[in-house]
Design a protein around this ligand. Sequence first.
Ligand code: ARG
Length: 462
Amino acid sequence: MKKSINPLWGGRFENKSSNLLKKINNSIGFDYKLALQDIKLNLEYSKSLKKAKIITDPEYKKIKKALEEICKQINVGKYKFSEDFEDIHMNIEMSLKKKIGSLAGKIHTGKSRNDQVVTDLKLWTREKLGILVKDIIDIQKAIIKKAEINFSVIMPGFTHLQNAQPVLFAHYLLSLFEMLQRDKKRVRNLQENLNECPLGSGALVGTNFFEIDRFSLAKNLGFKKPSENSIDSVSDRDFVLDFLFIVSTLSMHLSRFAEDFIIWSSSSFDFLKFPDSLSTGSSIMPQKKNPDSAELIRAKTGRIFSSMINILIVLKGLPTGYSKDLQEDKEAIFDAYESIDIILKVTNEIIKLVKINKKAMLKSSFDGYSTATDLADWIVKNIGKTFRQAHEISGKIVLLAEKQKMKLHELDLKLMQSIEPKITKDVYTFLSPINSINQKKSYGGTASDRVKEALLRAKKKL
Ligand code: ARG
């Protein structure tokens, strides 16, 4: 027989692939990242083949040994992925063939690369979800530590990026903790839901009479059960979208945090300093120290979003069943993972190493009449006005203070009384940031006692 132009599918072809086809079609340049998953899959699938009596026990042992050797080579970086074979599945099968000859040709009995690739990718995704949980918890631990060390630090809380009301820096930090808590939940939900094994679905209609036990195969690969419908199984990439949405949201949270720190590190704010190890200089301005690490967290978030949109577009209107378009899922998910992996690690480092300027934060918390709401609340409580009336009075006092170029707590009692005569000097105890903070006693509020409790609860959540 004449040598086939392709060892996997060349039989019905008379002419070889063009170089252009190879360029557009080959995926080994990126799906080599599924090598270990593909080996695991082949190991378990061979077990199923043995159980189904398609291969004998000695044949299974040969295949197993050879696959384990290939695995070792990959792990020590000695395996050479070859562009002669279009994808990872073909690479592994051809390496197996090199080692054990035509026996390798049996491992594809009853399976298709369509159910194989989606199973590999599910295995990969499950593994990465585990790493994400770990990295999120590491950041949460860093947050708790930073919050404890800086527990007494007071800063202005912002709305519209204008000073709004004083807040404990620890309270601010715990807001990120909560965002991450939701992210972690989303990751864990996906871990829970990603439990159906597509292998055994064949190209799209299921496998022939080979009696592959899909239930034990699924279990051996770490899934709960086999997937329900073979057509759906080979075309389903919902888990890729779920993953991309989860990391999009996670990165969005980290980008907002990064943005806060970038702004606060500017000399105009001077709330905090990035360490040299996470900053870069300017090639022209000798004085500069830029928070590039945080800026790149912000930017990579956009890149992660684009992967999600990319896959939504690839899937939109795609005919049911496998189409080669689905091969594009991998670069998107790999790229998003690489981005989220680095930004999680950098975020952790930033939280640990950033130096807080307690004085500047406190000073700024006095600015912007940030206790005007406390003044209004005092008027409600002590003078018996409605909140709307008190709001008006407090607003007028702010205007007066602004004209006098004074902070609220610096304003003379007589001046305040010119607007509302019933105001007494007791009001001053509520106009300082720390007193303002400690009045915010509602559950989840910034009063020191509440934040102490929140820290305890946070620790229990880890
Ligand atoms: N490299 C392919 C992918 O990543 C494997 C599946 C190929 N299937 C096919 N029918 N050509 O999706």
